[in-house]
Write a protein of this length. Structure first.
Length: 182
């Protein structure tokens, strides 16, 4: 039962992420602290504007996972997960099939998304503050909140989903420096 619950939580996090993946932000540079939105480069991306952006940055990975989910490509969504998340899904009976079905079902809710800030925790760990734009809440459970924090990890040269999304709280911004408008 605990194993099933863990897989459900991982799938739910991936599904929420797939329904909420933000855009690639071109001006982000690796740094410590938070780089926050304050200028027009942090634009909203609609479902139709999303493309496969690769895995070179946390933002690119999130855009790629959104694009893959929208296009029903469970394999590319799965490739965006860190190895521990992948293992949790594959060890469950029918885990991959259920994961792919959930991605396809929930990706239809995505209307658009935006990255509001990035916080570098280490060279290989980051968190992104994202804003969701979804059409309607899931039929089961509570609707996803508008602002979420998405952990990201670097595996080799690629950025991957670092865990399930969590709610944003204002203390996430404390002690961080905003990106200068340029």
């Amino acid at each position: 039962m605990k194993g099933n619950l863990k897989v459900v939580i991982v799938i739910a996090g991936a599904v929420i992420l797939a329904a909420a993946i933000p855009l690639l932000v071109w001006k982000l540079a690796p740094s410590t602290g938070v780089i926050s939105s304050g200028n027009s480069s942090w634009r909203h991306l609609t479902k139709k504007q999303m493309t496969f952006a690769g895995y070179a940055t946390p933002e690119a990975t999130l855009q790629s996972i959104a694009w893959a989910a929208i296009n029903g490509d469970g394999e590319k969504v799965f490739a965006c997960l860190n190895p521990d998340m992948q293992a949790d899904i594959t060890k469950e009976p029918n885990g991959r099939a259920r994961f792919n079905a959930d991605i396809k079902q929930h990706a239809q809710q995505l209307k658009g998304l935006q990255i509001l800030a990035r916080k570098m925790l280490a060279d290989d760990k980051a968190e992104l503050k994202i804003k969701l734009d979804i059409t309607s809440p899931a039929k089961k459970g509570k609707p996803a909140p508008g602002f979420r924090i998405q952990p990201m990890v670097k595996v080799g040269d690629d950025w991957k989903l670092g865990g399930s999304t969590r709610g944003y709280t204002p203390d996430w911004d404390e002690g961080s420096q905003p990106e200068s408008a340029s």
